[in-house]
Design a binder for this molecule. Structure first.
Ligand code: TYD
Length: 206
């Protein structure tokens, strides 16, 4: 049987990586065959593309170039890692996927949802998640967490608050458009509660 494809989405500082690590460990303890990966990246070619996209020196990158690079990284990731794992029956958890492009490039960069969706449909060939968990956190709180934690700050973290507000609005719109696939978790709750909510969503997946 094919494995399930689960993606996590959320604004900067929403705690996605911490939640994914904990969820992966808990699922493995439950004897679930699961791998965790991330975008942009996950495999060598896509990690190289990631370095180009997120390099703080690349201030002159055109927004369509940016959208194409994310889609290209996604394509290679699917081919080399996501599809082979799903075919083997493994469940795949991915930190960000198509909805990041729809929210960041579609809304944040104002390329439009339909344009970014079209580019991505070419890249993913129908590889849509079975479940997407959106960790809902207002950008003002998330960005404060990023800068307070002295985390590695990348080119997109440095965008204006208006940009991040548009991304957040984009996510809210996606939740409305895809209510069956995208489930929302309150990211202002303590991290343990967020982990528990994510786990119960995944375990209820049929
Ligand atoms: P990531 O490393 O996941 O950062 P974070 O820890 O903030 O989640 O992602 C890097 C950045 O790339 C992040 O600002 C979101 C952005 N991004 C897009 O703009 N479009 C995309 O399609 C993806 C996958 C990420």
């Amino acid at each position: 049987m094919k494995g399930k494809f689960i993606t996590f989405e959320g604004p900067e500082g929403s705690g996605k990586s911490t939640v994914i690590k904990a969820v992966e460990a808990a699922l493995k303890q439950n004897n679930m065959d699961v791998i965790a990966t991330r975008e942009p990246g996950g495999i060598n070619i896509s990690e190289q593309i990631r370095d180009v996209i997120l390099d703080v020196e690349n201030t002159n990158m055109d927004k369509r170039t940016e959208a194409l690079l994310y889609a290209a990284a996604r394509r290679q990731h699917i081919i080399e890692k996501i599809w082979p794992a799903l075919e083997k029956g493994q469940n795949v958890i991915c930190d960000r996927f198509i909805d990041s492009s729809l929210a960041y490039q579609g809304y944040g960069r104002k390329l439009g949802l339909d344009t970014v969706l079209t580019v991505n449909q070419f890249a993913i060939e129908g590889c849509m998640p079975d479940l997407t968990i959106f960790i809902d956190l207002p950008p003002s709180i998330g960005l404060n967490r990023v800068f307070d934690n002295n985390r590695n700050v990348d080119r997109l973290d440095l965008e204006s608050i208006e940009f991040h507000n548009r991304v957040y609005e984009g996510y809210k719109e996606l939740v409305k458009q895809f209510p069956n696939r995208i489930k929302v978790i309150d990211g202002t709750k303590p991290i343990e509660a967020v982990i528990e909510d994510a786990l119960s969503l995944i375990l209820s997946l049929k």
